[in-house]
Design a binder for this molecule. Structure first.
Ligand code: NOJ
Length: 756
């Protein structure tokens, strides 16, 4: 139990400064004063340098050199993206580097658990500490801007990159985004909220239109960005989405982001997602990345082209001033003008891992979701023998970094593929961790690390006390084809015929425990009700400490407290929307016709029984919920201007108006964390989903211990977006119900919120 006490110590010491909202405007005000003073010393040519990634092509300078003098350092990109230096204001330039789970394309870094795994902890402290640790590593490498966190929602269960983010619910994703930004920026690194907006599938991402109604946009997809604003996020990346292009969309950039959400930092394009000069600049884009129009083209939509646009009057000088000011203001906001290390991502660069391995292991254990545990087969006590079966328990024979940007599924799956990855410093395979841990219980380990050799699997599984079967499902960014999968998954099946492997082992061993490393939901119905499948562990995407986090849960050194950040259905067709794989000669239209009803919201509304619901997860102990009381009230029919939400963080819209208190007791036999969840039920005439998550906590209790837990709700939490008035509004249609429970379907306590 040593790890548990370490974990609670972390809680006690850190909770005090986690979650407090910062006084955003005063910090930005001070940064703007400095930025405006610096901008006053810049020529137009220098200002456009700030707005343009370093394109890496000298032709660019040759073309424009006769017209203007171009700033130094314009031609070499050492990071994923760079902004060049400007000598006369001592601005050393900016290095931007992927990814959302660690410093990409270098060495001496950690490979952190993916966003989807930290989301599964439902633990704000761990979300924050992961951000802090990543921030330390990016800073240590001299990176100014971390290209994360990712906060597009898992609208589609097969979405290729949803694993980079925080799952299928806006509130949970908002908390993940908020804590990640606070953590990263606490170390002086600029965080980037991405991708703005509606990049929920990879297929056709640059040639599709996500058609989202205004209410759904506000209540679902904008929310994690709003929370990022509240954490003072420095930058936002606009997405590839077309029609009109997200990086020149006036309604989303100037309207939602800089208007309603009051964003004061800078908007960068996703790589090659800029498509114009005047439209992009006038509609809200501040920086084009990586700089050139096409790779190696030597021409930029911004840079000197932007200066010429000012000369001919299609872009106002004041707009370029604003663009440049925003970039410098973010740089000052994070104190990057003071002793910031210079970029050093090359082979001789510093080792920045510190002691992050132990945090990663803690997050892995806390993000592991126990879904099935028949007759308490887990935790393992002292089995005489364990079979360890499946390729996913082993190592890639060519090393964990053998495939470019992790574009293969061989050995334990610690992350998906694409730009959202990092190199592993090492990768603990389950077979190694299990073999080590087994020595302490004198357990014999019988391995069979092939997915295809079913006879070997059956032989290994025959006669052992326990058979652990490892299966996987992988996905990633568009443009990498891995086992016939181009970004988004083609289906929700386990890869490598994982269902056959499980069934084969279950046919010979009556204590078969399945361990799933996956980017998202898979369908488990081929075998989940097999009487010999006694356990199911959802191990997520744990990064470098994969095997260690797993054994902590298997042997009960950590009492599982992970909860699903998405729904696992019985059939893929039960989900409300699927990846649109159509091919279109024009822009592919993707209607978000399910509206507010994504993931559990749809299953609840349509009365479809999921296999495992959003928010579900088992523990080795049990908890009792009692004594709910609701105090405070909201005013029926009260409404709030959209701009009050983001720009003015002290607005009454975000203050606590209602408190919901109850008593939580550990009435089982081992210590552990419970994740109480609060769901709101709006009056039916609003056509909201039956239950909407608006609160959660992670509470550690020893056996017998009880604690009063309080959730605070603001008017914003209890409002819907009124498309006619364009305001947030507390409905006057009737009472708002509130439930407290252990998942989106396990409601234990019920209350009513008073409307005045
Ligand atoms: C494209 C990806 O969509 C984005 O997330 C990433 O940060 C950039 N490429 C840079 O690699």
């Amino acid at each position: 139990m040593a790890r548990v006490s370490l974990f609670s110590l972390t809680f006690a010491t850190l909770l005090s400064f986690v979650g407090a909202q910062r006084a955003a405007s005063t910090e930005w005000d001070a940064a703007y004063v400095k930025a405006e003073a610096a901008i006053a010393n810049l020529s137009l040519s220098e200002k456009v340098i700030l707005t343009t990634g370093v394109s890496g092509n000298p032709l660019y300078s040759t073309l424009f050199m006769p017209i203007r003098t171009i700033g130094e350092g314009y031609f070499s990109s050492s990071c994923t993206g760079n902004i060049a230096s400007i000598g006369n204001i001592s601005f050393p330039g900016i290095c931007l580097q992927d990814s959302a789970l660690g410093v990409k394309s270098t060495q001496g870094n950690s490979a952190f658990p993916a966003g989807i795994t930290v989301a599964a902890t439902w633990n704000r402290t761990l979300m924050y500490l992961r951000g802090v640790a990543m921030g330390e590593e990016f800073r240590g490498k001299g990176v100014n801007v971390q290209l994360g966190p990712y906060m597009n929602l898992m609208r589609l269960p097969a979405s290729g990159r949803a694993w980079e983010g925080f799952g299928a619910d806006p509130y949970l994703s908002g908390e993940g985004a908020y804590q990640s930004v606070l953590g990263i920026q606490s170390r002086g690194v600029q965080a980037v909220a991405k991708h703005f907006i509606n990049n929920e599938q990879e297929r056709s991402r640059a040639s599709s239109s996500s058609n989202v109604d205004d209410r759904t946009e506000h209540e679902l997809y904008l929310h994690p960005f709003l929370r990022s604003m509240q954490a003072n996020v420095a930058a936002v990346m606009c997405s590839y989405i077309n029609n009109s292009y997200a990086c020149e969309n006036n309604a989303t950039l100037n309207g939602y982001l800089k208007g309603e959400l009051g964003f004061r930092g800078w908007v960068m394009s996703d790589w090659y997602a800029t498509h114009s000069t005047a439209d992009a600049a006038n509609h809200g884009l501040d920086v084009t990345m990586p700089g050139d129009v096409l790779p190696g083209s030597g021409i930029s939509w911004f840079g000197e082209t932007l200066a010429i646009a000012v000369d001919v009057g299609t872009v106002n000088q004041s707009r370029v001033d604003d663009m440049a000011t925003r970039i410098l203001a973010a740089w000052y906001l994070l104190g990057q003008d003071q002793d910031y290390p210079t970029p050093n991502l090359g082979s001789g660069g510093p080792d920045v891992q510190g002691d992050h391995a132990s945090l990663i292991r803690t997050i892995d254990a806390a993000g592991t979701v126990l879904l099935k545990n028949d007759k308490g087969v887990l935790p393992l006590t002292a089995p005489r023998s364990i079979a360890v079966i499946g390729n996913g328990a082993g190592s890639n024979p060519s090393g964990p970094n053998a495939c470019a940007d992790r574009s293969c599924d061989d050995g334990v799956l610690g992350m998906g593929w694409g730009s959202g990855t990092a190199n592993y410093p090492y990768l603990i395979a389950p077979i190694d961790a299990i073999t080590n841990r087994s020595q302490t219980t004198n357990t014999t380990v019988v391995p069979s690390l092939s997915d295809s050799d079913l006879n070997a699997a059956a032989t290994a599984g025959t006669g052992t006390d326990v058979a652990l079967v490892f299966i996987t499902a992988d996905s990633g960014e568009f443009g990498y084809i891995v086992e016939w999968t181009d970004g988004d998954r083609n289906n929700l099946n386990a890869w490598h015929n994982g269902d056959d492997l499980v069934q084969k082992v279950a046919s010979v061993n009556n204590n078969t425990i399945v361990i799933v490393n996956t980017v998202g939901p898979i369908i488990v119905d081929a075998w989940i009700d097999h009487p010999n499948v006694t356990g199911l562990i959802w191990s997520g995407l744990p990064g470098q400490e994969a095997g260690n986090g797993l054994i902590d849960v298997l042997w009960g050194d950590y009492n599982p407290s992970g909860r699903l950040p998405y729904t696992i259905a019985k059939n893929q067709s039960d989900y409300p929307a699927q990846v649109n794989f159509n091919i279109s000669l024009t822009t592919l239209q993707i209607p978000y016709s399910e509206g507010l009803f994504i993931d559990y919201r749809h299953f609840d509304q349509a009365n479809i029984e999921p296999r495992y619901e959003f928010g579900f997860g088992l523990s080795y102990t049990t908890f009792d919920y009692s004594g709910i009381s609701v105090s405070g009230s909201v005013t029926s029919g009260s409404n709030y201007n959209a701009t009050a939400v983001g720009a003015s963080l002290d607005a009454s819209l975000h203050e606590s108006a209602v408190s919901v208190t109850f008593t939580l007791q550990n009435n089982g036999t081992v210590a552990g964390h419970e994740i109480p969840q609060l769901y709101v039920t709006f009056p039916s005439s609003l056509n909201e989903p039956p239950y909407v998550l608006k609160g959660f906590d992670s509470v550690f209790l020893v056996p017998g211990q009880f604690e009063q837990v309080t959730f605070n709700l603001s008017p914003y939490d209890l409002s819907y977006w009124n498309v006619e008035t364009q305001m947030w509004e507390v409905s006057s249609a009737g009472e708002i119900g509130v439930t407290i429970g252990a998942s989106s379907r396990d409601h234990r306590l019920f209350g009513q919120i008073t409307l005045q």
